[in-house]
Design a binder for this molecule. Structure first.
Ligand code: FCB
Length: 445
């Protein structure tokens, strides 16, 4: 790995901050969803990072990372009238200053799923006016933090936001229309493209990207039906987002497939306006990729979900506690694929990690050997991709600490720091020390 390769950890605001009612924060769709939904836990307190950020940053400094990927809560920094909320901005000022003082470079994500409830009340992501509102937010954040924050990620995982939030209704805001989900996807991509220009206007030396989630897939068998199902799944899950961001427009086969299934009224959707695709394909400084697992697809089940079968072309070396297959070869192969098809000038792994529930033993040690194995295998896959000529320039481990895993609550633990959710005590796990050493080794090799 080259000398300026970035090693980091990632978190997001709702998953760690708590402080739900602090300093004028407005409600987000996740606050509402946790109030009305049947969720095991809410983010009202989360890891109480709102009050414990100095301790957390001290641990990050100990870990030896170059960079910390955090998100800003839109609802803390912009009030309902679209004006800056100074108290909310001051909270992130304190964090950013503490990171810089510790020699850690902040990478800021603007949108990690916590849409202001007031915007959802006006239609949310399916309503085009959200693009303007996001741009106002991007302008406020980039003007305020731009002298200190140079690395920006616009939107995190637009597939999850649209499909789990607006199609399946299992994530906030809990709506269930495929047509709305496609509009929500488009408006996120458009908001991303607009924000790229706004951030660059305010921060001339900014490096800007997006964090796209991917789910590499392969047909479970060479049967043509499985091949067709896999192609559809890849279009729905991956290409629908990667293609337009890279300037290829929406995939033609998917426009037809969505029309045939009744999710679009025509292959020229009403939400697609002239100039949108140019905006969406704004030049990026890096393509952020979140990778956890891959799937083998078998035809004949719910076609919009495809079906993940527990074997196939990438036999998993195991499963994480999310039930996700462990397939590091798929990460290597997908990075090579992204490089070949889209040729981004730089790729950054903006998330990668695993959920395993290990807690402290009687001596207080957290021996999370399975996470260590997962991380070793996946950083190895990244190294192999680099050796194959893929320009991967950074790796952010998800996650710095155990946190609120959305609708799974605190039961799914992704951290290299264990958090006792009763006492909020933090304990570095063995994987923390493994990562510390791995970063040190990479620097001297
Ligand atoms: C990703 C999310 C992140 C976290 C991990 C496990 O989809 O971006 O917030 O929940 O999955």
């Amino acid at each position: 790995m080259h000398d300026d390769f970035t090693w980091g950890v990632a978190t997001s605001a709702y998953q760690i901050e708590g402080g739900r009612f602090e300093d004028g924060k407005a409600p987000s769709i996740w606050d509402t969803f946790s109030d009305i939904g049947d969720l095991p836990e809410s983010g009202d307190v989360a890891c109480d990072h709102y009050h414990r950020y100095l301790d957390d940053i001290a641990l990050m400094a100990d870990l030896g990372i170059d960079a910390y990927r955090m998100s800003i809560a839109w609802t803390r920094v912009v009030d309902a009238a679209g004006n800056p909320n100074l108290a909310g901005l001051a909270f992130y000022d304190r964090i950013i200053d503490a990171l810089l003082a510790a020699g850690i470079v902040p990478w800021v994500t603007l949108y990690h799923w916590d849409l202001p409830q007031s915007i959802e009340d006006e239609g949310g992501w399916p309503n085009r006016s959200v693009v303007e509102a996001f741009d106002v937010y991007a302008a406020i954040a980039s003007k305020h933090f731009g002298a200190r924050v140079k690395n920006w990620i616009t939107i995190n995982e637009p597939w999850v936001v649209s499909m789990l939030g607006y199609k399946d209704g299992v994530f906030a805001p809990g709506r269930t229309s495929f047509a709305d989900a496609l509009a929500a996807a488009h408006h996120q991509l458009l908001a991303h493209g607009r924000a790229v220009g706004t951030i660059r206007a305010n921060v001339p030396d900014a490096r800007v990207g997006i964090a796209l989630d991917c789910r590499p897939c392969r047909p479970a068998t060479p049967n043509p039906d499985d091949e067709a199902a896999s192609r559809y799944f890849d279009g729905y899950r991956n290409r629908w987002f990667f293609d337009p961001v890279a300037g290829l427009g929406y995939p033609a086969d998917m426009l037809s497939a969505f029309e045939a299934r009744g999710h679009l009224t025509s292959t020229t959707p009403e939400w697609l306006k002239s100039g949108d695709l140019e905006t969406i394909s704004a030049r990026l400084d890096f393509l952020g990729v979140n990778y956890y697992t891959s799937v083998a697809v078998r035809h004949g089940h719910d076609e919009d979900e495809a079906t993940d079968v527990p074997s196939g072309p990438y036999p998993p070396s195991g499963y994480t506690e999310m039930g996700w297959q462990i397939t590091p070869d798929a990460l290597h192969e997908y990075l090579v694929h992204l490089h070949k098809v889209y040729q981004p000038n730089s790729i950054v792994i903006t998330e990668n990690g695993a959920s395993f529930g290990d807690g402290p033993d009687l001596t207080g040690r957290v021996a999370d050997i399975r996470r260590q194995d997962y991380l070793e295998q996946h950083t190895g896959a990244v190294r192999r991709a680099i050796a194959d000529g893929v320009p991967v320039d950074g790796y952010f481990l998800w996650s710095f600490m155990d946190n609120l895993e959305w609708t799974s609550g605190y039961a799914q633990r992704f951290g290299v720091v264990h958090v006792d959710h009763d006492t909020l005590v933090r304990t570095p796990k063995d994987s923390f020390y493994w990562y510390q050493e791995a970063i040190g080794r990479a620097r001297t090799s």
